[in-house]
Design a protein around this ligand. Sequence first.
Ligand SMILES: Cc1cc2nc3c(=O)[nH]c(=O)nc-3n(C[C@H](O)[C@H](O)[C@H](O)COP(=O)(O)OP(=O)(O)OC[C@H]3O[C@@H](n4cnc5c(N)ncnc54)[C@H](O)[C@@H]3O)c2cc1C
Length: 421
Amino acid sequence: MRQRETADCVIVGGGPAGSGAAEAIAKLAPRKQVILLEKRARPHGTCAGGVGFNWLDEMGMRLPANVIETPIKEVQVHGPSQDATIHADDLGKPELGAVLDRWGFDEWLLCRAIAEGAEVRRNHHFDDIVRENGKWLVKAHNADGPYEILTDYVIDASGPSAFVAKRLGMKLDEEPSDVHVGLQWTVPLPDPIPIERLELWFKRDPEFQGDWACKTGYVWSFASRHPYWDGGNPVKAGRYTRLGTGVDMEHNRIAGRSAKEVLEQFQRHFPDFAGPTVSENGGLIPTGQPLQTAWENVFVVGDAGRHVSALHGGGIWFGRVAGEEAGKTVAKGGAAEQYERGWQSRIGWTLRVHYALKKVLYSLENKEIDIMVAEMAKFKVGSADAQVEIPRLAMHVAKHPLLGSKFAVKTFLEMAKGAVA
Ligand SMILES: Cc1cc2nc3c(=O)[nH]c(=O)nc-3n(C[C@H](O)[C@H](O)[C@H](O)COP(=O)(O)OP(=O)(O)OC[C@H]3O[C@@H](n4cnc5c(N)ncnc54)[C@H](O)[C@@H]3O)c2cc1C
């Protein structure tokens, strides 16, 4: 016989989205009982760890120094033969953002939720969900065996696999190519690259002439001081970088080039980045846009809800915002419409723009990427707010006669599709 309990809300997943929801409920409605189930002893998303400081400011968060691995002072974008650099000095800022230790960051966020009064159960797995007398019955287990929780609300924050939403048959992705396979290798950072520099490389070559290429997506280098990140406990500080890429499922199937092959080809082309791999991790990166994020009182947040930038694959901030909005809705006893209005008003437009720009970016040929990067080099960044600057940059690039129609027509069509949907 399963043990049965009751709660006001069950949250599945203790990443940034789940802990954001838990913290919001516990803070705004301290009498509500919120139980967060996390299947691991410590949550940790697979991640390069990059965040912009502007979003932390927006959420009124001050990061403890121990979760910052490296400040980001400079971003370099490389096209096939053109480069552009954005420097924090250009914005009159000391830093643009940071590379985080995701183990430390996720734990810090979880502790904030616990400090507000949320109950966090580690090593507890969500198994199933069924409807019972107008409520939700969540089935879970831990080392002591299976149990059930009868609850009014459920928040699915279980990451890209979206276990609750999938169990309910919710439609999350428009097309299979809207999910990337991400892979990253921690390798020594080549000298003399400054540790505060983040680098991105773009190159398409459908024919592949022996050079490196990534048909959809890009290769990144996020410098880090901690090599053995996978174990959760850094053992030795140094100069390392997370060299990674995200390759969409479609690309993998058609071009037959996996994320691993892209990185191997990249390392052959840039042998300085081919030092011994000291750790490796990977995972799915949703690069679509949110389709269905609620089913009655089940709210889907973060990677599970596809609250991720389709353009660059960053999801920490978007997931946290969606989690917070789901938490606020539960705290007020609200319904799906409130939750959806909440996240849409804060990040909906940005997610749609990023999805449209992803489609444009993937359609560019090498010479067009070079034009884009050359235009980026001329672009005057006005603030550290990517929500504002990415659309401004797209409008700047669209002024170029060769790229204008592609940017304008494709972005317009994609945005119009989103508006109709
Ligand atoms: C290679 C790679 C690089 C990335 N780099 C960046 C980056 O630089 N910057 C950025 O902003 N984003 C990046 N992302 C994306 C980012 O990691 C995610 O968007 C973010 O972690 C989403 O947070 P989340 O809380 O929605 O999900 P997650 O962080 O995935 O958390 C989900 C949690 O749910 C738990 N869980 C899953 N199933 C169950 C279950 N059945 N029962 C209980 N618990 C469960 C998991 O253990 C996990 O802790 C990257 C992703 C990848 C794959």
